[in-house]
Design a protein around this ligand. Sequence first.
Ligand code: HEM
Length: 233
Amino acid sequence: MQRMKTGSMLMVLVAVGGFSLLLARQPDELGQRPSRPGPDQIPGYTYGRSEVARSPVTLADLESLKKSLLFTEEDVRYLRMSKPILADQVDDILDVWYGFVGSTPELVYFFGNKQTGKPEPRYLARVRARFGQWILDTADANYDQAWLDYQHEIGLRHHKLKKNVVDQASSVPQINYRYIPALTIPVTTTLKPFLAKKGASAADVEKMHAAWVKSVLLQSILWGHPYIKDGEF
Ligand code: HEM
């Protein structure tokens, strides 16, 4: 398991919209990015742990949802094909995604301190590490109970029930739901060039991309559970 290099500098400053945000990992003295921490070293990442509550959505509900999204075993295969392609590009992908969030005032607001409105660098950095792991988890495409339970946890962490808790952040209390499915489009559109970078055929890139769109949409639907009145999900 990879470990974060001790003392490695995490971030470069990126000036966005008048704010200086700590967004990207700094290359070390050899010009290499520090290696990514393994899942056990990521603060607040609890996928597969006993403390994660059971999802109110059942595996049978999940199957029905996948069917409605035209999500098939072929998509599972293409997501898994994307993993070795994306694995060493995770930080570059995060730079692009955080660049988009950081330059969109409507979105960077949700990383802001609830009093000053200024983005909280520590909060950004901690969420970024879990976001990186999420890329690999999405490419793993293991739709089992542990995965379903962690989807519920991620939904709660966007909702006022649990936002800020795991990072002890002093940010605004909730991400408004309407932005979550919306982000499916920039996340998957900007991913496509990374899928194409390692020599896969154009047809395979299309299929990997389509599988990612479906998976991210599926997840953003599951994350909606806490936002929807009881019995209406
Ligand atoms: C397709 C849409 C989205 C994806 C794929 C996504 C992905 C993620 C992931 C993987 C995490 C970390 C989960 C964990 O704790 O393990 C996270 C947390 C977070 N996301 Fe999102 N997200 C989406 C939409 C949004 C939107 C629209 C915002 C608004 C800026 C946002 C802001 C945040 C914040 C502030 C956290 C930290 C929550 C906390 O306090 O624990 N996300 N997101």
